[in-house]
Design a binder for this molecule. Structure first.
Ligand code: NG6
Ligand code: CA
Length: 513
């Protein structure tokens, strides 16, 4: 009798052991499955001031961007993909938080000394992904503020990208034309010599320091408007800076530098899943192509840095391929706001533009409420998962938070972000019905194929940059499908449609102070 009992115990124990080991194996097998299908690496390649018509995949004929074109040809090429805003800071705020920037009064073009404008308690794209085990990285332009008041650049600068969800961050604080002209890595200025501390002031110069206004003889690139303050590498910037000589970046090497950092990040984290926000600086001013790209576009520095940026995209994609993770990486390519030629320096952008139209068929440009301010080249690419297609669906960068949350199985709510994963994957054209567009704190409203711009006082053309602002003393109403260039104001012809849109806009937008 003992034997069968013994056998029974052994059999039971074996069964339990099997169950336990199966259970123990469960997470491993889910993880394997997740990392091959459900949890791809995610990369957002974000350009700065690249226009809808600036790449050949969006019908540019005078400039060639074969690497960006390859993404468009192999992925979803969106024709109605929007940045939330026609300037940098608000668009980046919306991209990372899923919240309309006009809800945050501080989400406007920031000086290099501005405090962080993302609340550290707020949900962000990298924070959401971290919950699902992602490693998260930023390489490139930040421009969302740092610190919480007065910054000491000689100590760890915090809060910043690391406090809003980035495990690793290598970045410039604001823009290439603003001080401090140094890189930071996880809050610390790179290559800072403690005996040469950095001081920054946006109000007044430091005694004895040359400026673009007083020392034009020191300049290699002349300023046209603004940009007449501290001189770094022969280029005068916005803001005053003293010290930190060893830490100052080399403008012509910036593209290579960020590319190397982005590639290094991928190599270290290739086991994944990782999220990389690769925020390139081109073609924002000052446009400083590396010498090997000088003259490549025939359009002067602006065209040359677009060619350079395209090359960077190609090199970055080669790295994904070489590391064997191309088929497990979703790449989203887009830009933060529309194009501008003269943004404050004499760099031949206007003179050498020739037949190129940076805004493509669209009206306006950077800073504008017209389409070219916010409608962007917008591509999603995932080798083997996304079938090449073109999509006219309406979507906005603000929707990436909810859509990527859906992708990784971490649904979120309570933001302005709409879940449009199928649109992003190219399997549905059912995009947004409505979208509020922003340009320098003014807002317009898109509904279906219509866009309504409320009356705004102020000049209809921003003279310095020579771009139509979108302002008018009366309502504007355009049917974009029939009139992509916004030439026919239909407000008077369609009073019911106008009234309907104004009502819907007011509900969504609330008070516009
Ligand atoms: C403007 C700058 C412009 C650019 C812009 C920010 C002047 C006259 N103009 O104030 O050159 O730096 O800010 O661009 O200073 S953005 O893409 O980061 O929004
Ligand atoms: Ca920009």
């Amino acid at each position: 009798m003992l034997f069968p009992f013994f056998m029974k115990t052994i059999t039971l124990s074996l069964i339990w052991l099997l169950v336990i080991s199966l259970l123990a194996c469960q997470p491993v097998s889910t993880k394997t499955e997740a990392s091959s299908t459900e949890a791809p690496n995610i990369v957002i390649i974000y350009l700065d001031d690249l226009g809808y018509g600036d790449v050949s995949a969006y019908d540019a004929t005078e400039i060639h961007t074969p690497n960006i074109d390859a993404l468009a040809a192999g992925g979803v090429r969106f024709t109605q993909g929007y940045a939330s805003s026609a300037t940098c800071t608000p668009s980046r705020y919306a991209l990372l938080t899923g919240v309309y920037p006009w809800r945050n009064k501080r989400a406007r073009i920031l000086p290099g000394t501005a405090p962080l404008i993302i609340d550290t308690a707020q949900i962000t794209l990298p924070k959401m992904l971290k919950k699902k085990g992602y490693h998260t990285g930023l390489v490139g332009k930040w421009h969302l503020g740092l610190g919480d008041g007065i910054i000491n650049w000689n100590q760890t600068v915090s809060p910043g990208p690391n406090e809003v969800g980035f495990d690793y961050a290598y970045y410039m604080a604001a823009t290439q034309d603003r001080v401090p002209t140094v890189y930071l890595e996880d809050g610390k200025v790179v290559n800072l010599d403690p005996n040469d501390p950095i001081e920054i002031d946006y109000q007044q110069n430091f005694p004895g320091e040359p400026t673009g206004r007083d020392n034009p003889e020191l300049l290699t690139m002349k300023w046209e408007h603004g940009h007449d303050q501290s001189i770094v590498n022969g280029i005068s910037r916005i803001g005053f800076m003293k010290g930190g000589d060893a830490a100052k970046w080399s403008d012509v090497d910036m593209a290579d530098h960020f590319l190397e950092k982005a590639q290094a990040y991928v190599k270290v984290h290739k086991e994944g899943p990782f999220f990389l926000y690769y925020a390139m600086q081109q073609p924002h001013v000052p446009r400083t192509p590396h010498p090997r790209f000088v003259g490549k576009s025939g359009m002067g520095p602006r065209g040359d840095v677009i060619v350079e940026a395209d090359w960077c995209v190609g090199e970055f994609m080669k790295t994904l391929e070489a590391e064997g993770i191309l088929e497990n990486t979703l790449v989203i390519f887009t830009s933060d706001n529309g194009p501008v030629l003269n943004d404050g320096y004499y760099d031949d952008a206007v003179e050498k533009i020739g037949d190129h139209t940076p805004s493509g068929p669209l009206r306006g440009g950077k800073y504008s409420l017209f389409e070219a301010g916010t409608r962007m080249p917008f591509i999603s690419y995932w080798k083997g998962k996304i079938s090449p297609t073109e999509s006219d669906a309406l979507l906005c960068q603000i929707d990436l938070l909810a859509s990527l949350a859906e992708l990784v199985g971490e649904p979120i709510d309570g933001t302005d972000s709409q879940e449009l994963l199928d649109v992003l994957m190219g399997t549905s054209e059912k995009g947004r019905d409505e979208l509020v567009l922003e340009a320098t704190t003014r807002t317009a409203f898109r509904q279906g194929d219509w866009v309504m711009i409320p009356p705004y006082p102020g000049p209809s053309i921003y003279r310095n940059v020579n771009i139509e602002s979108g302002n008018d003393s009366t309502f504007q109403l355009y049917h974009l499908k029939e009139d992509i260039a916004q030439q026919h104001n239909l407000a008077a012809a369609h009073p019911e449609k106008l009234a309907e849109m104004v009502r819907a806009f007011e509900v969504l937008r609330g008070s516009r102070d």
